[in-house]
Design a protein around this ligand. Structure first.
Ligand code: AMP
Length: 234
């Protein structure tokens, strides 16, 4: 990992870049929203960005479409371009919570290199640890607002009115890939590269493993404690 201290930016100009890692249903969306509020950082979720690009009919969305429709990872080159452009936009000026990217070691290396060229680096990789069977059960209860992307959970984080988004009143939907049989197949593909990404950041000693089985607010507190423990130490 490149020493961020030798980059072109003064240390005070450095953005806070946090990375949330965990399988589908581990609570990444919920934690990212809570951390975004607590820390004033934008939440950048690669899946949401791709879905938005599809809705907007952008060129990048069209390049990603066939892969997404098959449930495959979008090729690294397209994904890296998309995410780096997003990180350069004004909402990420103060920093960002990355969710869903990087998902391969190639993406992680590209991200590290781009940040290092700006004198930046990932401050902390937060790994939300939840057993596979619980992940499958949780995914089955996930719902999302198709208009604004707000995530909900039928038992853990229900909307005020069943089936309706609190923010904009849109009927919530279950994403096809949250269905149990799809989740199992997806985990089999998703977990090995995720473990490789964690191993990559373990080498830099920046991974915080957080028990993700507890209530959402306790998980948020544990993450904030892990971040505070390292403030001033890195
Ligand atoms: P998600 O909402 O994170 O499950 O992402 C939805 C879809 O977007 C995935 O099934 C992939 O097709 C694509 N995608 C999201 N993030 C990435 C990534 N880091 N690398 C490649 N494809 C991605």
């Amino acid at each position: 990992m490149t020493d961020a201290g030798h980059g072109p930016l003064a240390p005070t100009d450095r953005r806070r870049i946090l990375l949330l890692v965990g399988p589908v249903g581990a609570g990444k969306g919920t934690q990212a929203e809570a951390l975004s509020r607590e820390l004033g950082l934008v939440h950048l979720a690669s899946g949401n960005l791709f879905r938005q690009a599809l809705r907007d009919g952008t060129e990048m969305g069209e390049r990603a479409r066939s892969y997404m429709e098959r449930g495959d990872l979008v090729p690294d080159a397209i994904t890296i371009d998309m995410f780096m452009a997003e990180l350069a936009r004004p909402p990420a000026k103060a920093g960002a919570i990355l969710d869903g990217f990087p998902r391969t070691v190639t993406q992680a290396e590209a991200l590290d290199a781009t940040l290092a060229a700006r004198g930046e680096r990932i401050e902390k990789v937060i790994s939300l640890e939840v057993p596979i069977e619980e992940v499958v059960a949780r995914a089955a209860g996930r719902r999302v607002c198709p208009a604004c992307g707000t995530p909900y959970h039928l038992s853990g984080d229900p909307p005020r009115v069943p089936g309706i988004c609190d923010k904009d009143g849109t009927p919530l939907v279950q994403r096809d890939d949250d269905r149990p049989e799809v989740v199992r197949a997806r985990l089999a593909k998703q977990v090995p590269p995720m473990l490789e990404v964690l191993a990559h950041y373990d080498q830099a000693g920046i991974v915080a493993r957080i028990d993700g089985t507890r209530p959402a607010d306790e998980v948020t507190d544990a993450i904030l404690r892990a971040l505070r423990r390292d403030t001033g130490a890195s």
